[in-house]
Write a protein that binds this ligand. Structure first.
Ligand SMILES: [Zn+2]
Length: 217
């Protein structure tokens, strides 16, 4: 499947899964030295090839449409992380509720979440579309795979579009499970011993190379 086609499918999936409402959210992917970015003001459920803008390595583009004002967030991530080739910004209900409440979403509860998402930082509130928004990721940009944006939404990243999408799906699923777990009397975090064993197995069997700062130990 072509990269553009994959990006379109991911956009449709974001909308059908209710990870975005109305014209919210934006998606991008690195295409060699250039980028494909969704345009502004379009429902992700209606994105076609005409709504994907080709942006060059200097983040310039020529199109009758404009790229999303939140694209700065995407470019900031690409500039700082060579290992990231896809970025999704969305407003999924449960994860966004965590990003906007006093409760943190950073417990070591589920092994798969620890390995694929790692620590989930809450980035300080910044006005959307300003330069302050990408800056709010700065303390975590070296190690985090996903970010909660205070009073706003989430950003997930991946080495490809599917990984960024699966991380978003997992983040939202996790946030929902945590809320239900709290309603049932509270969550039980894994012990340090459990986590240590998990990291050593992930290295041995899955050859996962998890960044030190993103570990719960
Ligand atoms: Zn947003």
């Amino acid at each position: 499947m072509s990269l553009k086609k994959e990006l379109i499918e991911i956009c449709h999936q974001l909308y059908s899964k209710e990870f975005v409402a109305a014209t919210d959210g934006n998606v991008s992917v690195r295409n060699n030295k250039n980028f494909f970015v969704t345009r502004s003001g379009i429902s992700k459920g209606k994105v076609t090839a005409n709504d994907i803008i080709n942006v060059d390595s200097e983040f310039n583009y020529k199109s009758k449409f404009s790229i999303s004002t939140e694209s700065k967030l995407h470019f900031y991530i690409y500039e700082h992380r060579e290992d990231i080739n896809a970025v999704i910004h969305a407003h999924p209900i449960y994860a966004t509720a965590f990003a906007s409440s006093k409760n943190k979403l950073n417990y070591p509860i589920f092994p798969e979440v620890i390995l694929s998402l790692g620590k989930i930082p809450l980035c300080k509130y910044a006005t959307p579309s300003t330069d302050k928004l990408p800056k709010s990721l700065e303390p975590y940009i070296d190690f985090a795979n996903v970010f909660l944006l205070e009073n706003h939404g989430v950003v997930t990243t991946g080495k490809n579009l599917l990984e960024a999408y699966y991380r978003l799906e997992k983040l939202e699923h996790y946030a929902k499970t945590v809320i239900i777990g709290e309603l049932l009397g509270g969550l039980k975090p894994l012990s340090k011993k459990n986590i240590k064993e998990l990291y050593s197995i992930s290295q041995e069997i899955y050859k996962l190379n998890i960044k030190e700062k993103n570990k719960f130990l």
